[in-house]
Design a protein around this ligand. Structure first.
Ligand code: ADP
Ligand code: MG
Length: 680
C-alpha cells in the first residue's frame, strides 16, 4: 500500500466509510497517517477493580460469574448484565439492546475490559465497555483517541491506522540529512508510527517533536517564500523623501512615545521605498495607533496622494473623522467622510471631490468600499481594527489605487512571533508602550452577592459627574442559567439610579439607533450605559471611569481587556469591576489575571492557554488548523529555531530547485497552493 492509495484499499473501508473519512479530509492512506490523535489512553497496566474510582476509566479483567439477559424494564431498552469478579471486587458490565453478546460471554471465563466506571460503586458499573477474550494490542497499551466524525468509531479508526502502519514503515524521508542531524530529529517513518501507537512516552515525544518541527518548517519556509514573491512582484509607490512629517508631529498636543516613533519610522521607511507596504500595526487599546496612522496619511497627502481610513463602525469612523478633520485643516488638507448615514446629496458631493482629487483624506465605514467610490490617485489604505473586516475587504480597497501601501491596525494583542506567522505576508510594527501619565485602571473581581456594594461605588462616580458602562453577555434573560441580561440589568439600574440617565444598547438595535445612543453617551447625556458587547470596539469617551462586567465568567480575557480599555481614557482614576457568578477555579484564575496585569500581550497569551486558539482567532482566515496554532503557541522557542532553519534553506536554495529540497517543496506547494505570490 502506498501513501497515495485510496483509503478504500483498507479493510472495512467501503464507499460509505470513505465518504465519512472525506469529511475529515482523509482520502488517501497518507492523509490517514497524517491524521493525528487528539489524545491517548494509557492502558498499559491491568487495574484491580477495587482500585478503579467511580467516574474514572481503566483496563481491568474479571471472570464472569453471572449473565442476566434481556431484563425488561418497562419503557426502557433491553439490558444484558454481566457480573464479573477479579478477586479484589465485583463489577457489573452492562450492554443495552445487545442480546447477541449473551452468547459470546461464557460463565467461568476471564475477559479484559476497558471502560469508564459509572458513579455508583455498589458494585462498580461499566456501560458498553470495550472487551476482549485475550490480552492484545486492541485493548491494551497506549491507544490513540482521534477527533472523529459521526459514523466512525474509535476502534474502527484504530484498526485502519494499524493497517496503514505498514505503509508508515516505508514512509519516505522528506527532510535532508543535514537538517535531521542538526536538530536531532527522528526519522519521518518512526514519527508516523509512534504518533499513532507509541510504546512509551519517550518515543511519543520524539515523534511529536519531529512532526511539529515539520509543520512549522513547511509553514515558515512557505511564508518566507510568499513574502519574497510578493516583495519582488509588487512595485508600489515611492512617497517623496522630501516630505517631512515632523511638521505634523509637532502639531500634536503631546510628544510621541518611543514605541510610536519606532512604528512611524518603520511605516515611513516602507512608504518611501518602492515596494508596496503590507504592514500590521499592533498596539494595545489606547496606545496611540491613530496618531501613527495620521502621520502616515499626512505623508501621503503631502506627497500628492490620497489616503483612506476605514473603521468598523459609524461611531468610530465619525470619531476619527472629527479629530482628523480639525488637525488636517490646519495644514490646508481636505478631508471627507462616508458612511451609510451620509445623505445622498452630501455623498455625491464627497464622491465628486474625491474623484477630482480635492479630498486627500477619506474616512469612513465599509461604505468606502462601494464600487462608485473612486479616487484620483489612492496611495495609502488604512484599516482600523482589522479583525472586523475580511481579508478581501482589504483587497477591494487596494484595487481602488495602483498598488497602494497598506496599513492594518489592530488592538488584538497577538504574541509577536505568532503575528508574523498568522498574518503571513504582513510586516509587523508593535506599539508596546502606553502614553505616559495614564493611571492604572483599578480592577476588582467580586461575587454576584456583592452587587449592591458595586452599585453604591458606581453611584459615587456618577455623583462626581463621571459615566459608567455596564456590560452583559446576553440581551434577554435565560431561564436555565443565573445570567444577568442587558434587559434585566437595565430595568434594575433604571430603578437604582433613578436620578441619573440610564440607557440600553444591544446588537439587535438598528445601526442608526446604536449610533445615536453612543453619540449621546459620548456627549454626556447618558450617565450609565447598559450594553451587550457591541461597545467592544474603539469608542473613546474620556469621561467614563467605570466599566462593570456582569457574568464575567462568560467573557474571554482578551475581550475583557478590550472592554476595560474603554475607561481610563481621560486623566481620571478609572475602575473595572468584574462580577462573577459561581465559584469555579477557572473563573477565579481569570479574575486574578485581570486584577494583576494590564499588559494586553500577557493577557492574550493567558487567554490562548485558557480558551484555546479557535475562539480567539475566530474564522480561519490564516489557513492554519487550530492544532497547528496550538503548537505554535506552546512552542514559540522551537518556532525561533525553525525560522532560522527556513532562512538558511532559502539562502542556500531560494526557489528550492535542488533535488535535496524537492520533497519539502512539494509539501509547501500543497499548503500554499492558492498563494499567487509564492516564489517557488
Ligand atoms: P488606539 O487607537 O491605539 O486605541 P488612540 O490613538 O485612540 O489609541 O489614542 C488614545 C488616546 O491617547 C487619544 O486620546 C490620543 O490623543 C492619546 N495619545 C496618543 N498618543 C499619545 C502620546 N504619545 N501621548 C499622550 N497621549 C497620546
Ligand atoms: Mg483606535
Amino acid at each position: 500500500m502506498n501513501f497515495s492509495d485510496n483509503v478504500t484499499l483498507l479493510k472495512g473501508v467501503g464507499q460509505k466509510k470513505a465518504a465519512l473519512l472525506k469529511k475529515l479530509n482523509i482520502e488517501t492512506v497518507g492523509e490517514l497517517l497524517n491524521f493525528y490523535p487528539r489524545s491517548y489512553q494509557d492502558r498499559r497496566t491491568v487495574k484491580k477493580i477495587a482500585e478503579i474510582l467511580p467516574g474514572s476509566a481503566g483496563l481491568f479483567s474479571g471472570t464472569v460469574i453471572r449473565i442476566v439477559n434481556n431484563q425488561f424494564i418497562p419503557g426502557k431498552k433491553k439490558m444484558l448484565k454481566i457480573t464479573i469478579d477479579d478477586g479484589s471486587s465485583r463489577a457489573e458490565i452492562v450492554f443495552f439492546n445487545a442480546a447477541y453478546l449473551a452468547n459470546i460471554f461464557i460463565v467461568g471465563k476471564e475477559y479484559y475490559f476497558y471502560g469508564r466506571a459509572g458513579q455508583n460503586f455498589h458494585p462498580l458499573q461499566f456501560i458498553h465497555p470495550e472487551f476482549s477474550a485475550e490480552m492484545n494490542d486492541a485493548i491494551s497499551g497506549i491507544l490513540p483517541v482521534y477527533p472523529l466524525t459521526e459514523g466512525i468509531g474509535q476502534n474502527e479508526m484504530r484498526k485502519w491506522q494499524r493497517e496503514a502502519q505498514e505503509s508508515a514503515k516505508s514512509a519516505e524521508e522528506f527532510l535532508p540529512e543535514d537538517i535531521i542531524r542538526r536538530h536531532h530529529l527522528c526519522s519521518y517513518a518512526y514519527a508516523l508510527s509512534n504518533i499513532h501507537f507509541p510504546q512509551d512516552e519517550i518515543r511519543f515525544k520524539e515523534a511529536k517533536y519531529r512532526l511539529i518541527f515539520d509543520e512549522m518548517l513547511v509553514l515558515q519556509t512557505g511564508l518566507f517564500a510568499v513574502k519574497a514573491g510578493s516583495a519582488e512582484k509588487k512595485k508600489g509607490i515611492s512617497f517623496s523623501r522630501e516630505v517631512d512629517v515632523s511638521e505634523y508631529i509637532d502639531s500634536l498636543s503631546y510628544p510621541l512615545t518611543s514605541a510610536q516613533k519606532r512604528a512611524v519610522s518603520e511605516i515611513i521607511g516602507n512608504m518611501e521605498s518602492e515596494t508596496v507596504m503590507n504592514r500590521l500595526l499592533q498596539g494595545d487599546v489606547g496606545s496611540g495607533k491613530t496618531a501613527v496612522a495620521e502621520i502616515a496619511m499626512f505623508k501621503a497627502a503631502r506627497s500628492g496622494f490620497q489616503a483612506v481610513l476605514m473603521a468598523p463602525t459609524e461611531i468610530l469612523a465619525k470619531q476619527h473623522y472629527d479629530g482628523i478633520k480639525n488637525r488636517f485643516s490646519a495644514f490646508g488638507i481636505e478631508t471627507g467622510f462616508l458612511s451609510g448615514s451620509v445623505n445622498k446629496k452630501e455623498r455625491e458631493e464627497t464622491l465628486a471631490r474625491l474623484q477630482e482629487g480635492r479630498i486627500a483624506i477619506l474616512i469612513g465605514t465599509h461604505a468606502v468600499i462601494q464600487p462608485d467610490v473612486k479616487f484620483q490617485n489612492l496611495g495609502l489604505v488604512i484599516t482600523d481594527e482589522q479583525h472586523r473586516f475580511g481579508v478581501n475587504h482589504r483587497a477591494l480597497l487596494g484595487e481602488k489605487g495602483k498598488n497602494p501601501d497598506m496599513l492594518v491596525m489592530t488592538a488584538t494583542p497577538i504574541p509577536r512571533t505568532l503575528a508574523v506567522i498568522l498574518y503571513g505576508d504582513l510586516d509587523v510594527s508593535v506599539i508596546d508602550e502606553l502614553p505616559p501619565g495614564r493611571k492604572k485602571i483599578i480592577t476588582r473581581a467580586v461575587d454576584g452577592n456583592n452587587r449592591n456594594a458595586v452599585y453604591s461605588f458606581v453611584r459615587k462616580q456618577l455623583e462626581k459627574g463621571h459615566q459608567a458602562y455596564v456590560v452583559t453577555s446576553l440581551i434577554e434573560d435565560s431561564e436555565t442559567m443565573t445570567m444577568h441580561s442587558a434587559e434585566s440589568v437595565y430595568t434594575e439600574l433604571s430603578g437604582v439610579f433613578e436620578e441619573f440617565e440610564v440607557a440600553l444598547l444591544h446588537g439587535e438595535l438598528k445601526q442608526k439607533e446604536k449610533d445615536q445612543i453612543m453619540m449621546r453617551f459620548a456627549k454626556g447625556a447618558i450617565d450609565v450605559l447598559v450594553s451587550t458587547v457591541v461597545i467592544e470596539v474603539g469608542i473613546n469617551v474620556p469621561n467614563a471611569t467605570v466599566m462593570v462586567i456582569e457574568n464575567s465568567e462568560r467573557f474571554g480575557l482578551a475581550q475583557m481587556h478590550q472592554l476595560r480599555g474603554r475607561v481610563g481614557r481621560g486623566g481620571m482614576q478609572s475602575y473595572c469591576i468584574l462580577i462573577h457568578e459561581g465559584k469555579s477555579e477557572v473563573a477565579r484564575a481569570r479574575a486574578e489575571i485581570m486584577e494583576s496585569t494590564a499588559d494586553g500581550f500577557v493577557i492574550a497569551e493567558k487567554d490562548l492557554e485558557l480558551r484555546g486558539p479557535g475562539e480567539f482567532f475566530g474564522t480561519r482566515q490564516h489557513g492554519l488548523s487550530d492544532l497547528q496554532i496550538a503548537n505554535l503557541i506552546k512552542h514559540t522557542a522551537l518556532l525561533e529555531t525553525v525560522k532560522k532553519e527556513a532562512v538558511f534553506i532559502l539562502k542556500e536554495d531560494p526557489t528550492l530547485q535542488s533535488e535535496k529540497y524537492a520533497p519539502l517543496k512539494a509539501k509547501i506547494l500543497q499548503i500554499f497552493q492558492g498563494s499567487l505570490d509564492l516564489r517557488l
